[in-house]
Design a protein around this ligand. Structure first.
Ligand SMILES: NC(=O)c1ccc[n+]([C@@H]2O[C@H](COP(=O)([O-])OP(=O)(O)OC[C@H]3O[C@@H](n4cnc5c(N)ncnc54)[C@H](OP(=O)(O)O)[C@@H]3O)[C@@H](O)[C@H]2O)c1
Length: 304
């Protein structure tokens, strides 16, 4: 298959570059800017004409959309841009891939939930109740894709980190090595996700699609739908920080739990946004590593 990856210089995009090296499929990695040492085709996903042109020129069968407006706090004061990138752009990708009768794999977020109080893992068909602009625009993105009637797999993920770009793990590695004391919120609970695990799950979904697409003959992909993927388990940001410090050997910092009110932020984050991953495991045979095992592996990879 010919597969186009958008946002290829972000966290997930970079992990896709790594796992794609093992694949027989042809990958085109795209983003808005070039990064030294990475082969990148320039593609702005807010430009429908440009998307159609790259898709047709490369005979693309699958788009993996790793591009997004991901700054949760800044989205509150940049609603127009967040909507353009998180809602209008994924719809552009859906329109372009539908013309080729291909598949769009799109990444969404646990922040589509959070407005309703609950304490059991969120299922895919649970009503979206975002607490901020980022979650709302990501929810609009999902709805826009589904409305085009294209073949789609929407993967909601959470608390993404990797050895690339800016993320919580890298911030805490820095803070726990430079500060004597740190207070981290313990009243927001979720599950971290190593972007490399998500990229591996995407490869398994691509394998499933590849097998079925040979017999599809313009029928819809039988596995079209919304799925959840994070690592396994549950923790607070405080627990997450404790394990980051322990696995990196930076135990000199005194890490204490605190409430969210201590860190005023432009957006209220969900207090509980754990994702139920039963569907993705049963449908695609994806295996989901426990969050501490993946964190340990990422810290090893970061040190390489
Ligand atoms: N990060 C998290 O904690 C988290 C949690 C849940 C879900 N997610 C979802 O997971 C996906 C991947 O997130 P990530 O953390 O890997 O994102 P990321 O690191 O922020 O990467 C996004 C990439 O998209 C690029 N981009 C920006 N505008 C673009 C445009 N108009 N056209 C094409 N590319 C554009 C960015 O370039 P610039 O950097 O140059 O702008 C960046 O390289 C996203 O859908 C996100 O919403 C993330």
């Amino acid at each position: 298959m010919n597969i186009l990856v958008t946002g290829a210089n972000g966290q997930l995009g970079n992990e896709m570059r790594i796992v794609a090296k093992e694949s027989k499929d042809k990958y085109i990695f795209t983003d808005v800017v070039e990064v030294e040492g990475q082969e990148t085709t320039i593609l702005d996903i807010t430009d429908l004409t440009a998307i159609k042109s790259v898709v047709k020129a490369n005979n693309i069968q699958v788009i993996v959309n790793c591009a997004a407006y991901t700054n949760v706090d800044a989205a509150e004061s940049n609603q127009e841009l967040a909507e353009k990138l998180n809602a209008e752009a994924p719809k552009n990708l859906a329109i372009a891939i539908k013309e080729e009768n291909g598949l769009l794999i799109h990444i969404s977020t646990d922040y589509v939930f959070g407005g309703d109080p609950y304490n059991t893992p969120c299922k895919e068909d649970q009503k979206g109740t975002p607490t901020g602009v980022y979650g709302l625009t990501k929810l609009h993105g999902e709805q826009g894709i589904i409305a085009t009637n294209c073949n789609y797999v929407i993967l909601r993920t959470a608390w993404l980190y990797s050895e690339f770009g800016k993320n919580f793990v890298k911030t805490m590695l820095n803070l726990t090595s430079t500060k004597p004391q740190l207070r981290v919120v313990f009243d927001q609970v979720g599950t971290p996700t190593y972007a490399l695990d998500l990229a591996k799950a995407i490869m398994i979904i691509l394998d499933n699609y590849n097998k079925e697409s040979l017999t599809l003959n313009h029928e819809p992909f039988t596995q079209n739908g919304v799925y959840h993927f994070s690592n396994e388990g549950v923790c607070s940001w405080y627990d997450f920080t404790k394990m980051i410090a322990e696995y990196s050997g930076q135990t000199g910092c005194d890490i204490q739990p605190c409430h969210s009110e201590e860190y005023p932020s432009p957006v209220k984050r969900p207090s509980y946004s754990v994702l139920d991953k039963t569907k993705v495991k049963q449908t695609f045979g994806v295996s989901v590593p426990y969050w501490t095992d993946s964190l340990k592996q990422c810290i090893i990879n970061l040190k390489k």
